[in-house]
Design a protein around this ligand. Sequence first.
Ligand code: AKG
Ligand code: FE2
Length: 452
Amino acid sequence: MTDNQETQDAAAEDTTPSGSATLPLRQPCERLSCHKSSVCSRSYFVVVMVFFHVYIINVIALLFYVHYNSGQEDANRSRDAPSSGHQRPESRRPPSKDELQRDISLPRIEGIRVGHVQKVSLVSGRLHEMRTLSLKPLLFEIPGFLSEDECRVVMQLAQLKGLMESQLMVQDGQEELARELNLSPEEIFNLLDINQDGQLQLHEILTHSRVRDGIWLTPENLREIYAGLKEHTRSSKTSKRGKKDKPLLGFILCLHLFKTFPFTCQRVIRLTRLPPTLVDLSEPLQVVRYEEGGHYHAHHDSGPVYPETACTHTRLAANASTPFETYITVLFYLNSVDGGGETAFPVADNRTYDEVVRNCDKSNLRVKPTKGTAVFWYNYLSDGRGWVGEQDEYALHGGCMVTHGTKWVANKWINIDPDYQRQTRYQRISVSLPQSKMITANTNVTNIKVQS
Ligand SMILES: O=C(O)CCC(=O)C(=O)O
Ligand SMILES: [Fe+2]
């Protein structure tokens, strides 16, 4: 034994209670050659055992983590999966406690900085780009959100609906539009048959009974449509389109939207990352058409939605004392406008403007309408705890005057009651209602306003 070794062994025996204080003094090969009965080997044994246990615990924790996460992903996937064809959204079944908890939190997209582009997965097999247009309000632009075909169909359907508003019977000229939609009677039936049970319940027709703000089809109107449809469906197998089509054609436009918009709704959920229940229970799409000279003065969308003007589903919860607010606006451009028609945000990112803007040119930010593009913004700030805070004054916006051509847009307003308790109560009641009582109007074009 060398002097050096003796010194080191002495040091090893003179160890602290943990026994580890002397270990770094040894060379690795020397440590291995320690005698079994020495303090050194006992400390080693303890250290190795500790490491071993920590390792095992880590492995177990990792396995738990992987298991838990894959479960979450499955749940998310089934939640996010586009409702193919005629499937109803999952939210129709009563949610579990966990789902409810998740469904009442409000994630917010980060804007990062003006001009920042992030990829979003809205449809399978394709990524969309989402560009931050302003941070105040938090405003994004997504080119190509709707396809050309989708824009066309929404405009045609809205046109048909507009024409239908005066009467249910199809007039000359409307037939041409209806023919363009090219729907077979079976397709019409399918579109009506929301729950796909092969039968038409009255509530499936009632869902679309709102003609325009505050005006509903009468029970008599509905009975006529219902009778006409049954007759039509029966005769359609044997005869070609004939006179019987007529009462139906006016109605197609409401129904067809079921086919067109569930996907839009799904995309909005993916885009905003909001709980599906919330989007599902919000107002139906509203279509707006501006003729030349048409414009919309600067305003906030976040005004309350009162029962007289709220759509079917919001009527369930909204009453004069508990109005819902428009938390998010998603605005779709259905066509590119030949001249003017920009959506203006007069005070975006810079509160320099102190009067109601009448001149679009002076707005801080103007978005040019481009077919298929969607823009969306938050009308409310966050309260910092994941819930609705103050109304965002920067969300002031308007539609500039259309100088050439026509402008078509559609609004999807996502409604929320800023009162957390009321909102959660509302969601709980709505999602646990049986489907037949659940009034789902989330895919209905409700109105055409001409702003002039
Ligand atoms: O037409 C636009 O660009 C804006 C429309 C709008 O703000 C609205 O309909 O509330
Ligand atoms: Fe607006």
